[in-house]
Structure formats: C-alpha cells, structure tokens
Design a binder for this molecule. Structure first.
Ligand SMILES: *[C@@H]1O[C@H](CO)[C@@H](O)[C@H](O)[C@H]1NC(C)=O
Ligand SMILES: *[C@@H]1O[C@H](CO)[C@@H](O)[C@H](O)[C@H]1NC(C)=O
Length: 446
C-alpha cells in the first residue's frame, strides 16, 4: 500500500514541477512578445514624429536622436536576454530592466581615474584648476544637494558639476558624456540643466555685475595705463553662438552670414573680464538693435550706469565711456570709430587706430571664452532656453577661471569658427557724443 502511495506522491510532485516549468516558459514568451511590441510601437511613433517635422535641418537632429534611442533600446534588449539566460529569477525582474541597466554602467573613470588627476590633467580635462572646481562645488552645494531615496543613491554634487562642465567644455553628445561618467543620457541632460541654472542664479550675481564707483575708477586707470585711453571703462561687442534651427520662428535666428545663431553682447574691462552681458537675442538682430534693447542701454541713457566722474580733456569735461565698433551708435557714454569716407586727417586716423587696438580686449575675451568652452563653437543642439543658460554659464565660468588665473593653453585657441556677421551703422546727425569724441581725437594726437 505504502509503495502505491509513494509513487502517487512522486507523480503528483512531477506534475507540479512540469506545470511550474510550463508556466515559467509561457511567461517568458509572453513577456518577450510584449517587449517587442512595445519597442515596435516606440519606433513607429518616433518615425512618425520625425516625418512630421521633416522641416529644415531640425530633421537631422531628430534622426540622430532617433538612432541614439534605437541603439539604447537594442542595448537594453541585449542585456535583458543575457539576464534571462543566467537565472529563472530574471523573469521576475524583467520588467525592471531599466533600473538594472543603469546599474550596469561603469563610473570607474570618474571614481578612480579623474580623482587622481594631476593639476595639469585637471586643467586639460575640465578647463579649470581643481581649486576653481572646488570653489564652484562649494558654492552650488546648497542648491544642488539631493538626499538619497529608497530606490537609488543620488549622484554627488561634484560628479554632477563635472558632468555639466564636460558638456560645456566639449559639446559632446549627451550619450557619450553618459558613457564616460557611467550615467544615463537623461541624467546628463538633467545635470547640465540644473548646474547651468545654479551657476546663473548663484555665481552670476557675484562674478558678473556692474562695477562699483571705486572699481570703475580702477578700470579707467588700467585702460589709461595700458592703452592710453583716458576715462575708458569698457569695450563692448557682440558675438554669435551657433545653434541648430529652432522649431519655431527659425527664420528669425538666421544671421547675416546665413547660419542660425543667438547673439551674445558683452562689456569687458581691461583684463578680459566681463562686467555686463546680454544673451539670447535671435541671430537676425543687428548689434545696434541688441544694445538698444538691453538693460545696459536703459541704465546708461538714464545716467544710472556710469558714475559722474569727469576729467578735463582738451578743454572738455569727459565722463566715463565704453568703446564699441562701427555697429554701435555714438553717445556721450559710447565712443565709436569715425566713419572713413577717405577724408580723415592724421589725428582722426590715429583715434580710429587707437580705438581698434584697445578694442582687442573684447576680441581676446571672446577667443578665450570660446577656447575654453567648446559648446559655444559648434552648433548647440540643446533646447533654446537651455542654450541661453549655457552661454551665460560659460561667461561666468570664464570670469571665474580668469580671476583665479587658471592656466590657459594656447592650443585651445581656434580659428575654426564660423564667419561672424558684421554690422555697420551709418552715422547720421551730430550728437552730443561728437564733442567728446573730438576732444579725444585732439588729446590722442598730442
Ligand atoms: C588613487 O588615489 C588613491 C589615494 O588617494 C589610491 O588609493 C588609489 O589606488 C589611486 N588609484 C589609482 C588608479 O591610481
Ligand atoms: C537693425 O535692425 C533694426 C530692427 O531689426 C532695423 O530697423 C535697422 O534698420 C537695422 N539697422 C541696420 C544698420 O541694419
């Protein structure tokens, strides 16, 4: 009797095991079919979106994004299969493939290699000294600090700042930055957004601000000593930052040289440090349009920008002024070259030459800015709003690096820049600025 019972029990056990295995196999097949359908659906939706927006060259960008995402999906799928073979348990976790995948990426480069960089390697890779980097992290920690959640450990502030700096310095694709730091593409995007926003909110007011009256006096003295321009407190210029065609109003962003851009107007002191900036005007705007619609113009026209200190020059009381190129209108506080219609005398030539030489400070500042931060050189494919934050952040970082006297490698300078649009504003009737400019012409010819 007991024999029959035992065999019956064994039979029942086997049936149970067979049933269990069958169940697992069925679950596997169903799960796989479901994933395939999901992938197919995502791809079809992407393609459709792509076709709809086949306009302009925004198309190219979307295609890249599409192939990125497809590759990411493939990689995900591969990893998923690997895990399925490893253990039956993987079935249970299959739906959490995404979190598995993020854990599989390697953070070795940042955790083990970058932390042992020499000072020179640090500058070469992050475009700034370790001290400047520490300063940034220290100041941004209050806004960037996150607490760990039950599901994942948050990324440390230092690493997030490093991710953002890498993007600004190289303009590498989000995906490639992600591979280097062992984080996902969307994490890189989030780091760049948050760090740039924090730099603009916290560091910009400290490092790019209208100088105090004492500081203005120092700047004027420096310009006079080095460039022999009395009462000059800054040089203004505009540069265009290449972007991919935006989805909306793309035509407004085409500049005079026929590429899409946003304008960046800056004022620098005699040491290539920015003390004012205005970023984000669409590329089609000319320099005089940008300045007339900037805060600088409002303040200066109302007499609230420059302190009222004057100096007697060639019989004229000359206040502080900024110098600009032929794209800018002549004002009492804004000097520009005298239009050359072939009838200039020697003194006037001398003045134009002096102005041009002195204005090289702003050209140098742009060269160093773009040399350090390559995202300003290549067509920036981020969202327009983010692009403006990136530009201002780069300017703040430029000031920081220059103030801390971080090394600048000459080989970072580049001539591979798109040709910048040139604007010339004709001079109309004489203005108040004329008498001041005449005094300067006389003074400089002595
Ligand atoms: C990096 O430096 C730490 C000490 O600061 C050391 O323990 C570690 O082995 C170094 N790693 C490499 C890859 O040299
Ligand atoms: C600059 O742009 C403004 C408006 O966009 C236009 O009215 C003006 O004529 C332009 N000036 C020059 C010199 O092109």
């Amino acid at each position: 009797m007991s024999d029959a019972l035992i065999s019956a029990v064994i039979m029942a056990d086997q049936v149970e095991i067979v049933l269990f295995c069958l169940l697992i196999i069925l679950y596997g097949i169903w799960n796989r079919m479901w994933m395939n359908r999901l992938n197919g659906h995502v791809t079809r939706r992407k393609r459709k979106r792509c076709q709809q927006s086949k306009l302009w060259d925004g198309f190219q960008h979307l295609e890249e994004e599409l192939s990125d995402e497809l590759q990411e999906h493939e990689a995900m799928e591969k990893r998923r299969r690997l895990h399925m073979n490893k253990a039956v348990h993987a079935f249970v976790h299959a739906q959490r493939t995404h979190s598995l995948w993020t854990h599989l990426t390697s953070s070795d480069w940042w955790d083990r290699v970058a932390c042992n960089f020499t000072d020179a390697q640090w500058v070469e890779n992050f475009r700034m000294s370790r001290e400047t980097f520490d300063y940034i992290c220290h100041n941004l920690t209050p806004v960037l600090q996150r607490s760990d959640t039950r599901f994942r450990l948050c990324i440390p502030v230092r690493k997030r700042v490093a991710v953002a700096l890498w993007k600004l310095a190289t303009n590498a694709k989000y995906r490639n930055v992600g591979h280097l730091f062992g984080v996902g593409r969307s994490t890189v995007c989030k780091c760049v957004q948050e760090v740039c926003k924090a730099i603009t909110e916290i560091l910009m007011p400290i490092h790019i601000s209208i100088p105090s009256a004492e500081r203005f006096a120092e700047i004027a003295e420096h310009f006079e000593q080095v460039w022999e321009m009395p009462q000059c407190v800054g040089a203004i210029d505009c540069t265009h930052i290449p972007i991919v065609a935006p989805q909306e109003y793309h035509y407004d962003y085409v500049n005079k040289k026929d590429w899409h851009s946003v304008a960046l107007q800056v004022v620098v002191d005699g040491q290539c440090l920015f003390w004012d900036l205005c970023a984000g005007f669409a590329g089609s705007a000319n320099d005089s349009h940008v300045i007339r619609h900037s805060k600088l113009w409002t303040l200066a026209s109302a007499g609230n920008l420059l302190p009222p200190d004057t100096k007697r020059i060639a019989g004229q009381d000359v206040g502080y002024y900024i110098i600009g190129g032929s794209a800018y209108p002549l004002q009492t506080w804004l000097m520009r070259p005298i239009p050359d219609r072939g009838r200039l005398n020697n003194c006037q030539h001398q003045y134009n030459l002096k102005l041009r030489l002195t204005r090289s400070v702003v050209e140098d500042a742009f060269k160093r800015l773009k040399g350090r931060w390559r995202c300003l050189l290549k067509r920036n494919d981020c969202d327009l709003h983010l692009v403006v934050h990136m530009i201002t952040s780069c300017c703040v970082l430029h000031n920081l690096c220059e103030e801390h006297q971080d090394d600048f490698h000459e080989e970072w300078l580049t001539d591979k820049e798109l040709a910048q649009p040139v604007h010339v504003l004709p001079e109309t009737c004489p203005t108040e600025g004329n008498s001041i400019r005449d005094a300067l012409v006389e003074y400089l010819s002595l």
